[in-house]
Design a protein around this ligand. Structure first.
Ligand SMILES: C[S@@+](CC[C@H](N)C(=O)[O-])C[C@H]1O[C@@H](n2cnc3c(N)ncnc32)[C@H](O)[C@@H]1O
Length: 371
């Protein structure tokens, strides 16, 4: 049986785009996957870099310090962590105690209210939820050395000097599914099936899609993701950064490469740390994501810098931190204290974060504004 919100939208033979379907399946405030408690983390549904342990946040803190310095140490220095999930990255950045902390306004921007409700936990300096003019004011008023301050929000402030960062957000934004058919393009829409479930149907894609797919070198007849929402999100983020950077971390590849993966290998579902089922089965009961088509993402705004996550973390000094961890563990392994255990864990975290078959292969794209 279809959940009521989908049944309503599809009644009387109606059809919705794949992106509309994803929006309902993932983010409906009552029945969506994220409203029902879906989340990143060891106790959640999938493991992300911040959830591997505190090392990722310590290195992001270094990256933020570099940006703060190159902007001339602005106050406030606003970091908007979009798709903040339960707030794990924010906690690790706070513990790392970056040099920018006295000027830092860290906004945990999260669409899901149930995850925003988790932000206060273990986050000293959290000042609550901020929306509208209150949020704009927080992003504007100097802290005079009183930072760091953390606040939750459902959207970005109108303007900020600092950074918009997003780890594994873009793969989770609703996307269309399209393919070339000769000179035309088709997209998938979702309809109610006779058996009471859902079915996908091909229909004509909006104008312009065929030309862009052809230009991207996508072979005829192969379904690929069309991340229109991620492109829109990037444009809006760039408009709001007065000076600073937008930095996104995600899994992705050029569209033609995604097209080469057998059986829609770029489309993934997750539930309780396992792969989930067919994306049209059990809407709201599983996460549905797509590898980010990084060439499409840059059609309107080419990135200023593109690196693998492993490369970025090496540039930020992960190897020295690991060496240091090995030394501390070597000295104290016989009678390990908390510091020794942390040092050993750092070595393991670094392996996971730079794994060329896993998180290390993630793409980090940066756009600079006034830098
Ligand atoms: C895959 S999770 C990543 C969580 C976290 N960044 C991490 O790396 O562990 C994606 C998160 O983005 C949130 N999200 C989706 N669309 C959003 C939007 N437009 N604005 C803010 N958050 C959004 C989801 O609710 C979800 O918590």
């Amino acid at each position: 049986m279809l959940p009521p919100h989908l049944a309503r939208r599809l009644s009387g033979g109606g059809a919705i785009t794949f992106a509309e379907y994803l929006d309902l399946a993932l983010y409906d405030p009552q029945h969506g996957f994220y409203a029902a408690g879906g989340r990143a983390g060891v106790r959640g549904d999938f493991l992300t870099s911040p959830e591997v342990g505190p090392l990722f946040g310590a290195l992001v803190a270094r990256m933020l310090d570099q940006l703060w310095e190159s902007l001339g140490r602005p106050d406030p220095f606003v970091v908007a962590d979009v798709g903040a999930g339960p707030g794990t990255l924010a906690r690790a950045v706070r513990v790392a105690d970056p040099a920018c902390a006295p000027a830092l306004v860290y906004l945990l921007v999260e669409r899901s209210a149930s995850q925003r409700a988790m932000h206060a936990e273990h986050l000293p300096g959290w000042v609550g939820e901020r929306h509208g003019e209150q949020l704009d004011q927080l992003a504007r008023d100097p802290l005079g050395g009183g930072g760091p301050r953390f606040a939750s929000a459902a959207a970005l402030p109108r303007s900020l000097t600092g950074a918009v960062i997003a780890n594994e957000l873009l793969d989770n934004l609703p996307f269309e599914v399209v393919r070339l058919r000769g000179d035309a393009a088709e997209e998938l829409v979702v309809v109610a099936a006779d058996d009471g479930g859902l079915a996908a149907q091909a229909t004509a894609a909006p104008a312009g899609v065929a030309e862009e797919l052809a230009r991207l070198g996508v072979p005829d007849g192969v379904w690929v993701p069309w991340p229109a929402e991620a492109r829109r999100w990037l444009g809006q983020a760039l408009v709001r950064v007065r000076r600073g950077a937008v930095v996104v971390f995600d899994y992705g590849a050029p569209t033609a490469e995604l097209a080469g993966r057998p059986e829609l290998g770029w489309l993934r579902t997750f539930r309780g740390h396992d792969r989930g089922g067919h994306p049209l089965d059990d809407p709201g009961g599983q996460d549905i994501t797509a590898d980010v088509a990084i060439d499409q993402l840059q059609l309107d705004h080419p990135a200023d810098r593109v690196r693998s996550q492993a490369r970025l973390l090496r540039d930020l000094g992960i190897d020295e931190l690991v060496q240091d961890g090995r030394r501390v563990w070597g000295e104290r392994a016989a009678a390990p204290d908390l510091e020794a255990l942390r040092a050993r864990s750092r070595v393991r975290e670094a392996e996971a974060l730079t794994d060329p078959e896993g998180l290390g292969a993630f793409v980090v794209l940066e756009w600079h504004v006034g830098l």
